[in-house]
Design a protein around this ligand. Structure first.
Ligand code: NAD
Length: 446
């Protein structure tokens, strides 16, 4: 099939490259001309393991191409994916301007019916609003065809995005019949058939494709993210109880997680979730609940615990690190295997350290360039963890990159001026670190 993917960021570029890998012909469209030029050369503007290889295969096979000109590709496709960003407004509702801009642009330039698929995370009702806006533009243009809107939320994880897209747990497809009752069934069914055909390479291997109402699909995405975030906040809620009583949060998590009704994933205590999705989607679901007068108490507690856990960690840093110290920060990205800095805890932590009068030297294997403009200008970025630690009173591990796991503690101690080791991800064994002569501070561990 021929498809366009509009907005080639973390979601759109992976979607475009993987759809080409599955045999479709894909036009990646973005308004950022510099990004488009890079992508045409087979270079990914984002760090995502395995992505460039898939992109390059698609480019070479002639199934993947990139452009800034959406109108030029519309006559060649029957599905347009929108994967533009939906960042938070000041009141935490989703900023839908890019989604509406893309859908309206499609309606202004389409000469025949196609299916508009929303991959971005959008509040319930957005599909209906897009459909109405497009119908109004088509009517103004005197066009008799209709553009149905499908919700196909994305569940990929940054750092694992290629595998998640080629081997998803499930594919959610939300579509409705037309509200005005005219010709609705035929068009709704046509959209379903196209989506089933598009995903056939995956459903053939047994991946479930769930067809549901568009509203349900829109809610599934926020509900999934809020639920996963709630698991993280639940375990983080228990960390001070462990600290005060002598318990270990790791053992508590292991004891809980082996119950297969609970499961071990997303039960790792730490400084809390960050990134472009969980903080924004948790708050957006709260805003949606407010809009519809539906209480969301578990979701608001999830958010509050996440903020509190970050503050609690920062308060410990400020209290325990001697005044005017040199502090090494290991890891800047919000999680390993990505260069995404959106809502990364490192931003708050480094700002607090600098505000407290410390000098910060930081290392991240891939996120330094994206981090630099977001960090206080006093922050020095270096290219190895040991260089960051030189003459430092304290090392603060913020992202659990694998290369921090195998650290040689005696070497680390020899290059540092002090012995404080703050482990915001509970990566290390406290006893091992202490035996090497460090003062160890984790979360929820003795
Ligand atoms: P992103 O910021 O990385 O990418 C958005 C892209 O859209 C950018 O390249 C931007 O230049 C482009 N763009 C903006 N306006 C445009 C327009 N009018 N026409 C063409 N291109 C335009 O965003 P992202 O992280 O990929 O997220 C996209 C959506 O997917 C969001 O709704 C997000 O919540 C959701 N999502 C993200 C993830 C994730 O892990 N990042 C996972 C699941 C869902």
């Amino acid at each position: 099939m021929n498809i366009a993917v509009v907005g080639t960021g973390y979601v759109g570029l992976v979607t475009a490259a993987c759809m080409a890998e599955l045999g479709h012909t894909v036009f990646g469209v973005d308004i950022d001309a510099a990004k488009v030029e890079m992508m045409k050369q087979g270079k990914s503007p984002i760090f995502e393991p395995g992505l460039e290889e898939v992109m390059q295969r698609g480019l070479k096979a002639g199934r993947l191409s990139f452009t800034t000109d959406l109108a030029s590709v519309l006559p060649q496709v029957n599905i347009v994916f929108s994967a533009v960003a939906t960042p938070p407004n000041a009141d935490h509702t989703a900023d839908l301007r890019a989604v509406y801009a893309v859908s309206e642009s499609v309606a202004r330039h389409a000469e025949a019916s196609l299916v508009f698929v929303n991959k971005s995370t959008v509040p319930v009702g957005t599909g209906e609003e897009c459909e109405k806006r497009m119908a109004a533009i088509l009517a103004e243009r005197g066009k008799s065809f209709f553009i149905p809107v499908v919700s196909n939320p994305e569940f990929l994880r940054e750092g694992m995005a290629v595998g998640d897209t080629l081997m998803p747990d499930r594919i959610v497809v939300g579509l409705n019949e037309r509200a005005d009752g005219s010709g609705q069934r035929a068009e709704g069914l046509q959209a379903q058939e196209l989506m089933e055909e598009l995903y056939r390479p995956l459903t053939r291997t047994g991946k479930p494709l769930l067809i549901m109402a568009r509203e349900s699909a829109e809610i599934v995405k926020y509900a999934s993210n809020a639920f996963l975030a709630a698991k993280i906040s639940f375990i983080n809620m228990l960390t001070p109880l462990c600290e005060k009583t002598g318990g270990s949060i790791r053992d508590v998590a292991r004891g809980m997680g082996l119950d297969d009704r609970i499961g071990p994933r997303f039960l790792h205590a730490g400084i809390g979730y960050g990134g472009s999705c969980f903080p924004k989607d948790v708050k957006a679901l709260l805003a949606i609940g407010k809009q519809y007068g539906v209480p969301m108490d578990i979701v608001s507690a999830t958010d509050a615990i996440n903020v509190w856990q970050r503050e609690r960690f920062i308060e410990q840093l400020v209290r325990l690190i001697p005044e005017r110290s040199r502090v090494a920060v290991w890891g800047l990205a919000f999680k390993p295997k990505t260069d995404d800095m959106r809502e990364a805890p490192s931003i708050d932590v480094i700002r607090a350290l600098v505000a407290a009068g410390h000098t910060v030297t930081a290392f991240d294997p891939v996120a330094a360039a994206k981090a630099k403009p977001l960090l206080p200008p006093e922050t020095t970025l270096v290219d190895s963890p040991m260089v960051a630690a030189e003459q430092a009173q304290a090392v603060v591990l913020l992202t659990e990159w694998d290369e921090f796991r195998g650290v040689d503690f005696s070497k680390l101690k020899s290059v540092m001026a002090g012995t404080l080791l703050f482990d915001a991800r509970n990566v290390y064994e406290p006893d091992e670190v202490r035996a090497a002569g460090f003062t160890y501070v984790g979360l929820g561990v003795k």
